[in-house]
Design a protein around this ligand. Sequence first.
Ligand SMILES: *Cc1c(COP(=O)(O)O)cnc(C)c1O
Length: 372
Amino acid sequence: MPRPIQALIHPSNLAHNLARARACAPDAQVWAVVKANAYGHGVENVFEAFRAADGFALLDLDEAQRLRDLGWRGPILLLEGCFEPRDLELCSRLKLWHAVHCEQQIDWLAMHKTHEPHRVFLKMNSGMNRLGFSPQAFRAAWTRLNALPQVDEISLMTHFSDADATRFGEDGIAHQMAAWTDATQDLPGERSLSNSAATLRYNQRPEVRADWVRAGIMSYGGVPDFPEHDLAHWDLRPGMSLRAQVIAVQHLQPGDSVGYGSTFVAERPMRIGTVACGYADGYPRHAGSGTPVLVNGRRSLTVGRVSMDMLAVDLTELPDAGFGAEVTLWGQSSQGAVLSIDEVARAAGTIGYELMCAVTRRVPVRVEPIQP
Ligand SMILES: *Cc1c(COP(=O)(O)O)cnc(C)c1O
């Protein structure tokens, strides 16, 4: 028998979440963002669930190739554009749309030999200071691109740094919206600004929704503005459940400790379960004692340090749960109880994004059959 741990992918939840993005931006088109191997879920595992998207956005060329191999003929956008001139050949061959965020990428396009001109998304650095042309340089970049026979349609794109919260106590996107509007107002072309946080939080503003929203984390059932809001607030569902089993039960007396470093010491008699999940599976070692888990669908807490292959959970209040009990580290239990990945991430001082991407190769991934 394989070690009792698996990552279960929930296609119906993924499809529901994508529909939520569409409902937030009914007049826009929706990119399903599938970078980082679909946020750790596997491009192949989410493809059917996200087929209703208007396009797929990603950044590794091999993932674009995999989508074409799966039969996707619609738009694919390379969010970081090309990394070297040769990449443009693949863009031509696979009909990829690509971001253009720097002068070098325009130089490469100008030298590129292609029969069919490319659709590009010209990126503005409206304040995040990661990728893109400054507002001052944006028009000149647009004019340069517009003069190239290699370029067909030019769309406009930017990315928010604080759509999930406030910035310096004010509206998180105001400073970027001001720079954006000022520099783009008389340029033609479709526009894409919103990530999940902006799609959810600013859905009443048409200029923020614009023509294309880029739904990443929300599609996977991660809440971009947790703990201010939770899954129920945004009507999102877990895209993945990490489930394992109790493989041993221990009985503690007051004074007994659990795990490496004896960081947890029982103050009363306790029953604990040893679970077949550790940091080598991608469960965060920084999640200390007291991180929430579901045991047979009921809430409990971890006890002591996470080790490479195991962690411990408190079974004291769950007398029916013993050897073989199902432990849901995040996601949905087989009974349907939900533990959001954001809660676990928070206990480990990180975000749901990181945990989903970090599930390791030794964890078997299974796609839940779609219920009729
Ligand atoms: C990853 C990414 C997104 C999606 O962000 P989420 O917060 O996951 O919705 C959108 N746009 C760009 C440019 C990205 O790199």
